[in-house]
Structures are given as C-alpha cells and as structure tokens.
Design a protein. Structure first.
Length: 472
C-alpha cells in the first residue's frame, strides 16, 4: 500500500510549470516568475515531463528557434504565456536597426558588417522595415555566381561567403527606418518528430522558413497564435530539364506546416498574414495524413490560405469556419517567380483520400483563382456551404493541367459538383481596415453554414491592442 501511494503521489506532482522572461536569468531555477529563465537556448536544453507547462512572459521577445518537447496522450507539454501585455514574441531574425550596423561599400550599396559576432549565419529571406511598412525585394547569387543587379531601393541579396546582406539604398537604411529585421531561413518553431504538444497564445513571426514546421508529428494543438511575416528563404534551385541550367531559385515558407506523416492535429483561432507560401498546410510525398482539423482561423495576404497534397493515404481532414481574405495580395506576390495567389492550393494530390471536408468558410478575393487542382480527386473531397467571392473576372478554379486545363467561373465550377449549397457573393465585414473580418449585419453568408448560422470564423481571434498590424 505504501508503494502504491508513493507511485500515485509521484504521478500527481510530476507536471511542473516553468517560466521564461526575456529579462530573466538562465542560471535561475525557472520555477517561478521571480526565478524565470531568460533564453530559448535554456528552454531547449530542459527535458520537460509530460504535462509540464512552459510559460513565456507577455511583452517579451525571444530570437531563435524553439525546439519543443513531446508529451504523451492526455498529458501534452504546453507552451503558453503569463503576465499582461502583448503576446510573447518568438522570431528568427537579426536586428540591424542601428546606423553602425551598416557601411557603404560603394555608392548606394550598403552592407551589413562581417565581423564574426555580426555575421548573418543563414540565408536572409525577408528584409522587413518598420515591422512591415516597407520590405526588401530578394535577389540572389546563384551557384554559378551570377549576381542579379540591385537596381531599385531595397533590392538586396544575401552573400553566403561573407555572411552578410547587401542592399541598394540612397543613404544608410538604418537612418531611414526605425526598425530593420533580417529574417533567417530557419523555422521559428521546429517540431519535427514531436507529439502531444500544445501552443497557446504565442506570437510567431519573422522567420524565412516555416513558422511552425516539421515532419512526422502527432497530436499537436496550435491555438490563439499570431503568425506573420513568414517564408521567402531559398529552398533549392530550379533547373531547366533540357539544359540543366539554372532557371530560378525556389523560395518557400508556410505559416503552419505538417510535413509527411501527420495525425491528430487541431489548429484553431489563429491569425495568419504575410506568408510567402501557405498560411496553413498538411502535405507530403509517400505519407499518411489523418485526423487534422483546421477551424476558426483568420487568414489574409498569404499566397495560399490552405495547401494540401500527398501521394499515399489521407483521411479525415476538416477545414471549416475559416475566414480567408486576399490570397496573393501580400508582400511576396510581386517578387515570386511563380505567382499562384489562391485560397485552396491542391496541386497534384495522388493519395487515396477519404472524408476531406471543406465547409462553412469564407473565401474572399484571390489574385489568380480561388482553388487550383492538378488532378481530379473529387471522390474523396467535399466542398459545401462556403461563401466565395472574386472580383474583376478572376476564375474560381484552375481545374486539372495540361490539355485538360480549364479556368472556371462559378457556373462551371459548381457544374463539377462542388459547393451545391454555397454562395458566390461579396461578404461585408465589420471593419476590414482593422482586420475585423466578422460578417456585418446584412452580409451574405449569415445563414449559409450547414447549421443555419454564419460562415467563416465564429470564435474570431483578435490581436492585442498594442500588437503590430503593420503590413496590413
């Protein structure tokens, strides 16, 4: 009996709460706000137990990559917040906001410094000025060392040999902007191989790979997070299949990506904007993707709102009550070599797919088309009770590829069997200038959902009043 009680007691006290303050001390115990740790490096070193909570102080900012720990079913490791103020910020960028961070190496060309402590160790995928009021246009040096010209103000390239950025600008850029952030081609949260993790109420930004990225994941929940200015880093070089010469680089970066085998995920009540590729995506090659729910998220100014493709097996994917606005209208679109502004990017799904449901959403405006699919997989896909709107004759669908390619307007699209109870009409939002995308009184869609209520995000997330909305 004594042994049994000791075991129960040990299990009851195993879960702990840990505190992280950007003004804390890594030598502290981390077990109270007064003894909070300081850095992501310290957090990443700790071996957390199932059920533990790691709380970041509101108002703080941490640079680098968070490497989460796994929990177990029913006892996730939770990364969240404590205190008051704006959401705690995790970002993977270098601050180069001081005039002394830059020197003029030739008239109108400014470089970051290359002393070892000042080097930029990774490719820079986004050059962010004043938190998104302006941004740089990435050029590149390819493996043949042909340099694209830096012709316009804020054209820049990353020099991997000297680990620096070179930018075209008339005068020291740090005198023109109060903030310059150079986003590294690294995930902000790298959860590859992790399982049973919860993220709640964090701000994830300024990373030129993925905001949340990693393959082979299980039972991940991401809720109430703000995810923005993500992607744009160099992934690989595209070559001409006939000549093998470099055509252009492929840049990448998704807000939340589940790569490869993924199961049991819940993504809800997040806000995502200014994402180079997809705000949300589960994708893979020869993988199994099952039981993933995407709901009540608000997305704008991303090249794609949602991307999916696979080649092996997909089942029970639900994308519902999301509000998706202005696909392809973001910072990245004009500098992409492959413009594809679309809310739903299905590409070439070859997986055996069942119960893939897209319902009760708002899809408002896209630069190219609302939905693109390279293959016909309607047997496993259900689209219905969605409010869809494109202006200026933009197609609803790019359907199939090659000689079968069709660009369909609404009538042709629903003739395929999609969205029999949906509506093609322009939504009216409460205050789109302030990113309040609730449906206003008198808007189409207020009784369109499958339960007779409004479509779009219902449990609408909101930014802290002092959280930046730059780049809107």
């Amino acid at each position: 009996m004594i042994h049994f009680l000791a075991t129960v007691f040990a299990g009851a006290v195993a879960a702990a709460t840990w505190y992280v303050d950007s003004n804390g001390d890594d030598a502290a115990a981390g077990t109270s706000p007064a003894a909070a740790w300081r850095s992501l490096e310290r957090v990443n070193k700790e071996k957390f137990a199932p059920g533990d909570r790691v709380l970041f102080k509101r108002g703080g900012l941490w640079r680098g990559t968070l490497l989460p720990a796994s929990g177990e079913p029913g006892k996730p490791v939770t990364y969240s917040w404590y205190g008051v103020g704006p959401k705690p910020i995790l970002q993977n960028s270098a601050d180069r906001s001081k005039p002394e961070d830059w020197f003029e190496e030739s008239p109108g060309l400014w470089s970051t410094r290359t002393a070892k402590s000042e080097q930029l160790p990774f490719d820079v995928g986004i050059f962010i000025c004043d938190h998104g009021k302006r941004w740089g246009v990435k050029k590149w040096r390819n493996p043949e060392w042909k340099v694209q010209e830096l012709e316009q103000p804020l054209d820049y390239w990353y020099d991997p040999d000297n680990k620096r950025v070179v930018v075209r600008f008339d005068g020291n850029p740090a005198k023109a902007f109060s903030s310059i952030e150079l986003a590294f081609t690294k995930h902000v949260v790298n959860e590859g191989g992790k399982h049973d993790v919860v993220y709640d109420g964090l701000c994830v930004r300024y990373g030129a790979a993925h905001g949340f990225g990693g393959g082979s994941t299980r039972n991940i929940t991401i809720r109430n997070c703000d995810i923005y200015w993500i992607g744009g880093g160099l992934q690989f070089w595209r070559k001409d299949p006939k000549t093998s010469k470099i055509i252009y680089p492929v840049r990448f970066g998704n807000g939340i990506e589940f790569w490869g085998n993924a199961t049991g995920h819940l993504i809800e009540r997040n806000r995502l904007w200014e994402v180079y590729d997809a705000a949300l995506t589960n994708q893979g090659r020869d993988d199994i993707e099952t039981d993933i729910v995407w709901r009540d998220n608000v997305i704008w100014n991303s090249e794609y709102s949602f991307e999916y493709w696979n080649k092996k097996l997909t089942a029970n994917i639900t994308f519902e009550h999301n509000t998706c606005v202005d696909a392809g209208y973001g910072w990245a679109h004009s500098q992409r070599p492959d413009r594809n502004g679309a809310h739903l990017m299905y590409y070439s799904n070859r997986a055996a797919t069942t119960n893939f449901v897209v319902r009760n959403n708002v899809f408002c405006r896209a630069t190219e088309w609302t939905m693109r699919s390279a293959l016909d997989w309607r047997q496993g896909l259900t689209h219905d009770h969605n409010l869809v709107w494109n202006s200026d004759g933009v197609p609803i669908a790019r359907w199939l590829e090659g000689k079968a390619l069709q660009k369909l307007m609404w009538d042709g699209y629903i003739a395929l069997g999609f969205d029999p109870h949906s509506d093609f009409a322009e939504p009216k939002f409460v205050n789109p200038a302030q990113r309040d995308y609730r449906l206003a009184d008198g808007s189409p869609g207020l009784t369109l959902a499958s339960d007779g209520g409004p479509v779009g995000a219902r449990d609408m997330p909101g930014l802290d009043k002092d959280q930046s909305l730059m780049g809107k």
